[in-house]
Design a protein around this ligand. Structure first.
Ligand code: 5GP
Length: 134
């Protein structure tokens, strides 16, 4: 059975898309730690990120770098934090989180609740800068 992230990348489940290419998809985390918390995934469904082959792993990192650059331009922040957990969804993904302090990347902290309109606006702003790089 396809993972929830495969269904999102295929457009079968809605998401706030921020970027995509042939092999990858990036979208806003539905329970964000900070405004603009993004997940980057390979379209090919592999559970554990270190089970990707070397080329796929490198390609996912490069795609995430492009997304992080777009995020940095779209959202005021000091850094884009990077993390891999994979404790909840068995489809490899990289968390990218805009940071102004280390407190912005606390996986145990209460998540933000943002209105759909704000999520759409954040996603489209990141996507605008991502498109410029293509
Ligand atoms: P992890 O697997 O890295 O521990 O956590 C999975 C992440 O995916 C969580 O931050 C969670 O909020 C996010 N997530 C889980 N299901 C969905 C979903 O259906 N849509 C979106 N956009 N994010 C999700």
């Amino acid at each position: 059975m396809a993972s929830i992230f495969s269904k999102i990348a295929a457009g079968e489940i809605p998401s706030y898309k921020v970027a995509e290419d042939e092999r990858h998809y990036a979208f806003l985390d539905i329970n964000p730690m900070a405004r603009g918390h993004v997940l980057c995934i390979p379209r090919r469904e592999v559970d554990y990120i270190f089970d990707l082959d070397d080329e796929e792993f490198a390609a996912l990192q490069l795609f995430s770098k492009r997304v992080a650059e777009a995020m940095k331009e779209a959202l005021p922040c000091k850094r884009i934090g990077v993390a891999v957990l994979g404790m909840e969804v068995p489809h490899a993904h990289i968390h990218l989180v805009p940071l102004n302090s280390e407190k912005d990347m606390d996986f145990r902290a209460a998540k933000l609740t943002l209105e759909a309109e704000e999520m759409e606006q954040i996603a489209s702003e990141i996507n605008r800068f991502f498109q410029k790089k293509c």
